[in-house]
Write a protein that binds this ligand. Structure first.
Ligand code: SF4
Ligand code: SF4
Length: 410
């Protein structure tokens, strides 16, 4: 049972990375039990909940426009706030999607996933568990846990209770989650206050049985002068332990990737970093966005960018600027010429929010020194690992059995 689900996940993840799967996101609620300190969602509230009628109109529009939605596969994403707060609605939406895909003899019937990123708090509730049993073969669920208790509780606190961290409420559900989805990964976000805890947190997550830790620094301009040095020290320590204790055999931490820190070809590597515009997000009012990061609740400084709605469909004129985004048109010269550009990410929504004007064509480089520190540690990691493997005569074996993990950053 697990294999079928993970095969489908792997296949769709591959399709998604190659741009072949359509990603459609329902913002089902803007409410959450937690009030994480680093959360970029500035407009969370309990009122904006999606109705089934709105979701149904969106699905009808999407499924009746095969020319626009021609991709061979689809990932239906449910986000919040906390999506599982709306489990009744989600089940109804999934029932409807499945029935319609069958009725229409749609190619997505055999090629779709329902995907969730959850805080994990009500993962073990009977309603969520019934849903998981029902749709198991089409599910991809990520639970966010930030690391050790002190790291997790630093940021992930209960709403209205500054002193109450959520670690114990989440960690209790990790064994059940891993039993149901053994290859599951978690996503960790690092801001300036989290730097001292990176090492202990990644090691802790591996010890919980989470073999893939996707970790990234926030894109916002929050970094203090010595943060890059402290960051590098943590990553070097982490590299030493992963290699010395042979943790690299079963685990992967996305800070260390062989292909980062290299120059990029202005023609061959001229693609946009993320899928903004190729994806579609729908909110409770029935508005369409190029990504949830362009909805009002995600933006600090700018107005939302709405590219259509469930009644009128997508306005191609509003979508077009997103489809022509690439690396060179939005990057400053220093990034185009950068010798270590590969793996240096950006978030289209943050670019827009941080730009001096209302443009999406101005790349924010707030993470520049953090990427440089990561590259230095990454070089250290691979040099050390390959030297060890050569000395032990295990290089060939490693190449054959490389962990298949490592998901995109967003
Ligand atoms: S932000 Fe800095 S590290 Fe990243 S590509 Fe630009 S110059 Fe290079
Ligand atoms: S990087 Fe930002 S804009 Fe791009 S898909 Fe992720 S949240 Fe959306």
């Amino acid at each position: 049972m697990e294999n079928k689900a993970s095969d489908l996940t792997a296949m769709l993840t591959k399709d998604w990375q190659s741009g072949a799967a359509k990603n459609i996101t329902f913002i089902v609620t803007k409410d959450c039990q937690l009030a994480c300190k680093y959360c970029y969602l500035v407009g969370k509230n309990e009122k904006e909940r999606m109705s089934f009628e709105t979701a149904k109109k969106a699905i009808d529009y999407i499924l009746s426009n095969r020319t626009l939605f021609h991709q061979p596969a689809v990932i239906w994403d449910f986000i919040g706030g906390e999506p599982f707060l709306e489990i009744n609605l989600i089940e109804k939406i999934c029932d409807y999607i499945t029935a319609e895909l069958y009725r229409l003899n749609h190619p997505w019937f055999t090629n779709h996933m329902f995907s969730f990123s959850t805080n994990g708090i009500n993962y073990d509730s009977p309603k969520v568990q019934n849903y998981i049993n029902k749709y198991y073969h089409h599910l991809s669920i990520g639970i966010t846990i930030d690391g050790t208790k002190r790291k997790h509780d630093l940021n992930r606190i209960w709403k209205g209770e500054e002193e109450r961290g959520s670690y114990v409420d989440v960690v209790k559900n990790i064994p059940l989650w891993l039993k149901q989805f053994p290859g599951a990964s978690t996503k960790v976000t690092i801001s300036t206050a989290d730097i001292p805890y990176i090492y202990e947190s990644v090691i802790h997550l591996f010890s919980l049985g989470i073999h893939e830790v996707n970790i990234n620094v926030v894109f916002e301009n929050v970094w203090y002068p010595s943060d890059d040095i402290r960051f590098e020290e943590q990553l070097m320590k982490l590299a030493d332990t992963i290699i010395d204790d042979n943790l690299y055999i079963d685990n992967a931490c996305s800070f260390f990737k062989e292909d980062i820190g290299k120059p990029l070809d202005p023609v061959e590597d001229n693609h946009n970093w993320c899928g903004a515009g190729k994806m579609l997000s729908i909110d409770a009012a029935g508005n369409f966005y190029p990504c949830t990061r362009f909805a009002a609740y995600s933006l600090r400084e700018k107005k939302p960018i709405i590219i259509g709605n469930v009644r009128d469909g997508i306005d191609q004129n509003k979508l077009r600027p997103f489809l022509t985004l690439d690396r060179t048109t939005q990057s400053p010269q220093k990034c185009i010429d950068c010798e270590i550009a590969s793996g240096c990410a950006w978030c289209q929504g943050e670019n827009y929010d941080a730009a001096e004007t209302d443009t999406i064509y101005q790349r924010s480089t707030a993470i520049c020194k953090m990427h440089k520190a990561r590259v230095r540690a990454n070089n250290y990691y691979w040099n050390k690992l390959f030297r060890k493997l050569e000395l032990e005569g295990k290089r060939e074996e490693f190449e054959l059995n490389r962990p298949k993990h490592q998901s995109p950053i967003c």
